[in-house]
Design a protein around this ligand. Structure first.
Ligand code: PLP
Length: 414
């Protein structure tokens, strides 16, 4: 229970310390005591090199460094630099542009897009829908704005996308609400690393189309592609986006673009939300509502980051360079994940179906106890509701090879 409190009623929260930051702090403290080479810090959601330094794309950093002063100092337009918005659309879709009317608004990362989507497309008090394995801030953002978060089971008994559960939850929310915002993080889902197959995407869209036959209802599919640039082939990984074209007017798709991972500019807080609709008025309204929200919440975004993206997509040579540099990072990540999965198999350690991305998730009972016991072995993974999140993105390959055995043993013991 709270003691004396000054905050408004709606801001009184029971939430404790963020588990990701708490785990990271514990790892940093342990490193001070036993040395960083004995500590496996699998808490951080950023790609690190084998030596523990942050992975950056040199071309992106060079572009940023060489901008003229006014590109740092000046405001960007409220909705984002037009050249950035054009580049963001290219970065998102590449050769898989959906048919429809499209508008883009700059946001501070994908997080900003999540915020605006929830605020502008659900009613106060509504439930937002996502899967049972989810990135914690989905709930934070929903609750910050007076909404709740409801979940469906991400996986079925065959470890494929649980379409049945997805359908059930969608139907039941649409019975209670006039609109539904669905947060769907694929490919390279955080925390499991799952990516919906093209078949699964088609089933999702077919189902949503069927629900849209009730024209009283509004369906907002929020496609969170935060990790798409680390999920395999540039074009293949984007093929599903064509399914966002030609949908009924009461289905709006919003794709969230982020420069955090794909351009290693986490701290620059730059991204965009792109709305796709078959109705031009819906697209126009998307632009104005979200631009208004920019002004009303954080004003404008980070100009230098916007300019960098615009430059990359104006020059094919630069884009090629960025992609080559990113490929090296992707290879490093894939090697770690491969070795983790291989060793997990040997150790009979069950993991969620991983296709790509920064994290591998180990389902287990009593995640908090397991995480605490692992910390005694200097392994720092984040406890979630139903398992542990292990950030292969931030752990050197040599540790990815040994850790599964230890995790398997600790889970047996707890
Ligand atoms: N969505 C998911 C699933 C994420 O994991 C993240 C970052 O960790 C984001 C969105 C948004 O990140 P940013 O706001 O830095 O773009």
């Amino acid at each position: 229970a709270l003691g004396f409190s000054m905050v408004a009623l709606h801001s009184r929260r029971t939430e404790g310390e963020d588990k990701i930051f708490a785990t990271n702090n514990a790892a940093l403290n342990a490193a001070k005591v036993v040395g960083s080479d004995r500590v496996v810090n699998a808490s951080i959601g950023a790609l690190l090199n084998e030596d523990g330094s942050l992975s950056v794309l040199p071309t992106v950093i060079d572009l940023l460094r060489n901008l003229p002063p006014e590109e740092y100092a000046a405001y960007a337009p409220i909705g984002g630099l037009p050249s950035f918005l054009e580049a963001a659309k290219k970065a998102v879709f590449r050769h898989h542009v959906p048919k429809g009317y499209m508008e883009a608004v700059a946001t501070p990362g994908g997080s900003g897009a999540i915020r605006h989507a929830i605020w502008n497309y659900s009613e106060i008090g509504d439930a937002i829908l996502t899967s049972d394995w989810y990135w914690g801030p989905y709930k934070t953002v929903a609750e910050e704005h007076g909404r709740t978060l409801e979940t469906y089971s991400l996986f079925d008994e065959k470890d494929a996308f649980n379409l049945t559960s997805f359908k059930e939850k969608t139907v039941s929310l649409l019975e209670k609400q006039s609109s539904i915002v669905i947060l769907l993080n694929s490919p390279a889902h955080n925390p499991t690393g799952y990516s919906l197959s093209m078949e699964e995407w088609k089933e999702v869209i077919t189902f949503l189309r069927s629900q849209a036959s009730n024209t009283e209802k509004r369906i907002i599919l929020f496609s969170d592609i935060a990790y798409i640039d680390f999920s395999g082939d540039v074009d293949d990984s984007r093929a599903f986006m064509e399914l966002f074209g030609d949908l009924p007017q009461n289905i709006l798709t919003i794709v969230a673009f982020s420069m955090s991972k794909g351009y290693t500019l986490y701290g620059m807080r730059c991204g965009a939300m792109i709305g796709i609709s078959s109705n031009p008025d819906v697209a126009k309204e998307f632009k104005s509502a979200n631009q208004f929200s920019n002004r009303g919440v954080w004003s404008n975004g980070t100009r230098p980051a916007m300019t960098v993206l615009a430059k990359i997509f104006e020059d094919p040579q630069l884009l090629k360079q960025v992609e080559a540099e990113r490929r090296t990072l992707q290879d490093m990540l894939t090697e770690r994940a491969d070795v983790f999965i291989q060793e997990a198999k040997k150790a009979n350690l069950k993991i969620c179906p991983y296709k790509a991305g920064f994290f591998i998730t180990i389902p287990c009972k009593n995640p908090d106890l397991v995480a605490a016991a692992l910390q005694k072995e200097y392994i720092f993974a984040v406890p979630l509701g139903k398992g542990l999140r292990f950030a292969v993105c931030s752990v050197p390959k040599i540790h990815c090879a040994t850790v599964p055995q230890t995790i398997a043993r600790i889970i047996q013991q707890v």
